[in-house]
Design a protein. Structure first.
Length: 201
């Protein structure tokens, strides 16, 4: 893909993000997006297929921007497992519970809870894809030397649940996250519980 095309797509995604969050998905038209970013509706259809396809791209883009760095734990091989997962946990929660990703999750939950094609496409191209990095880390020699993990997909889901608690739910309802000190305490406890579950006997 040419650099100019990448930049055009990025500009459309950024404008769509702002308008979706400000006006809601249903009340934002492709004409409004084109009016702000320029170009034509034909360009949007060529890049994204339709409005739902654009929303899926918006969600995938911001999942990557907000969370991908946190999930790439390959650079944490020099740390012990607890340190690596505690650092990951803080980045994960702060990325998950901040805008624009948080507001976009609200849109998907409100407007697409009965539309499996959109939610499944978003899941595969967003969360499921970046969860793969954590699954790879849990299968790495550095982790396997300390923990006995035979089902890394399940272990990934368990770890995320332990770290996430109700933070995303309360954030979606408008509550602020606790400060970093409190987050670090709960994340340290979550990681300790995870390690206890899988530590070698």
């Amino acid at each position: 893909m040419r650099a100019s095309t990448v930049e055009k797509k990025k500009r459309i995604i950024e404008v769509a993000t702002e308008l979706f969050i400000e006006h809601g998905y249903k009340d934002t038209s492709l004409d409004q997006i084109v009016a702000v970013c320029g170009g034509s509706k034909q360009t949007l259809y060529r890049y994204f297929g339709n409005k739902e396809g654009l929303l899926t791209e918006v969600m995938a883009y911001h999942t990557s921007v907000s969370l991908e760095e946190a999930f790439k734990l390959s650079d944490s091989q020099h740390l012990n497992v607890a340190e690596a997962l505690e650092g990951f946990g803080l980045k994960y929660i702060k990325g998950l519970c901040a805008d624009p990703l948080l507001s976009l999750f609200r849109i998907v939950a409100a407007d697409f809870h009965k539309n499996q094609s959109v939610t499944e496409s978003f899941w595969q191209r967003g969360p499921q894809r970046i969860h793969g990095y954590l699954i790879e880390y849990l299968q790495s020699d550095a982790v396997q030397q300390q923990l006995s993990i035979t089902n890394p997909q399940l272990a990934c889901a368990q770890l995320l649940a332990l770290i996430k608690l109700d933070y995303q739910t309360t954030a979606m309802l408008g509550h602020e996250l606790p400060d970093d000190n409190e987050l670090k305490i709960t994340i340290t406890q979550a990681v300790a519980a995870f390690i206890s579950l899988y530590k070698k006997v």
